[in-house]
Design a protein around this ligand. Structure first.
Ligand code: SF4
Length: 375
């Protein structure tokens, strides 16, 4: 065969194989789809409320962690109307432990917007969905495809991995995102867009895993470029990560009998609206002395007891290290302005972010082992 003819033939074969990918994928999905609490049974219509709720929860959080939270939310607020009528405080409390709390505030704001501006019905286009609080391009595409069958491909981390391997994308992430988006769209079936997307997500989660992908079981293994080269695990290529500088501070656990002093963080900013014990500011160049000077002023604190060790927590943009101080005050001690006493027995009902759960467990471990065990 003449060389030009050979190349033409090869291109044609790839095109034929690629054209078959969407069907192969859907066929695999019909046989191996994961059973997830927010997914309807095969052939049933997806409920936009469930799809939206799960997609917001799944932002930055894994399927296993989200499952019980999703069930709890659904039992308490079975539809967008019920969630829109809930108080933000209740939503934050129910969300406590899931992290990235701006999602909970947006969830509540979004439910209100759907009731107020859309008569309680989610918009069925990407554009309409993107106009709602907390719904970015990915989430809009996911809801549009899964709940409304719109022909669009939401690209999450699992899909990025599958696509970068399938096409051996050399450009590192995040600059490679637009290219991956474009390539992923070629895997959409003529119909069933939501199933195509979920099929790729499932393939990434169960077969094309970050380590040791099970290529022998993969529906797309016949024309996977990375598999042909044998370097699947090196994809996706990633640009080196920049992490923020370590910040340091002190947290103050003050007890009054069976109560503990807490306050609510400002609505805007990191952990907005969440409950915390008083802390110093969190700064990069802060020593223990400077942090201790920012302790709340309460009558009756003779001395602070510094707990051994530190509590560490990693936020998206910086790691944090907190020294924990404890003190007891008499039954007559008043809470400083902007703070309040809450019973230790109901502390876990508060909207406590994970970093505060760690701080409280660290500070109360000896005196209140029961609270630490039941958190
Ligand atoms: S063949 Fe292997 S590397 Fe390629 S998409 Fe399938 S599981 Fe991933």
């Amino acid at each position: 065969m003449a060389p030009s003819l050979a190349i033409k033939k090869k291109k044609q074969t790839i095109a034929e194989d690629s054209a078959g990918r969407p069907a192969l994928l859907l066929d695999w999905y019909d046989r191996h789809r994961r059973a997830l609490p927010w997914r309807p049974l095969s052939g049933e219509r997806a409920d936009p409320y469930r799809v939206w709720l799960s997609e917001i929860m799944l932002q930055q959080t894994g399927v296993k962690t989200v499952g019980p939270y999703f069930e709890k939310f659904l039992a308490r607020w079975p539809d967008v109307d019920a969630l829109g009528r809930a108080s933000l405080d209740d939503v934050l409390r129910m969300w406590a432990g899931l992290g990235y709390y701006s999602r909970a505030r947006n969830l509540h704001a979004c439910a209100l917007a759907v009731l107020r501006d859309h008569g309680g019905v989610f918009p069925d286009t990407e554009e309409g969905l993107r106009s709602l609080p907390g719904i970015g391009p990915y989430t809009a595409a996911a809801i549009a495809a899964i709940a409304f069958g719109r022909r669009t491909m939401p690209v999450d981390g699992n899909i990025e991995r599958v696509i970068s391997r399938l096409f051996a994308v050399e450009e590192p992430l995040p600059p490679a995102k637009p290219l991956i988006q474009q390539l992923a769209t070629t895997l959409l079936g003529a119909s069933r867009a939501g199933d195509s997307a979920q099929a790729l997500m499932d393939l990434g989660a169960s077969i094309c895993t970050p380590k040791k992908p099970a290529c022998a079981l993969c529906a797309l293994n016949d024309d996977c470029a990375a598999r042909a080269r044998g370097d699947q695990e090196t994809f996706p290529r990633k640009a080196p990560k920049k992490t923020g500088a370590l910040r340091r501070g002190a947290a103050f656990i003050i007890t009054r009998g069976d109560e503990i002093l807490v306050r609510t963080r400002p609505e805007k900013g990191l952990l907005g609206g969440m409950t915390e014990v008083p802390t110093s500011r969190w700064l990069a160049a802060q020593d223990d002395k400077a942090a201790l000077k920012q302790a709340p002023m309460l009558r009756g604190i003779a001395r602070w007891h510094r707990k051994a060790g530190v509590v560490t927590h990693v936020f998206t943009h910086f790691p944090l290290q907190l020294v924990v101080y404890t003190a007891d005050v008499s039954a007559r001690a008043r809470a400083p302005e902007g703070m309040r006493w809450v019973p230790i027995s109901t502390l876990w009902d508060e909207a406590l972010p994970n970093v505060m759960r760690k701080v409280i467990a660290h500070g109360l471990r000896e005196k209140h082992p029961h609270i630490v065990r039941t958190r």
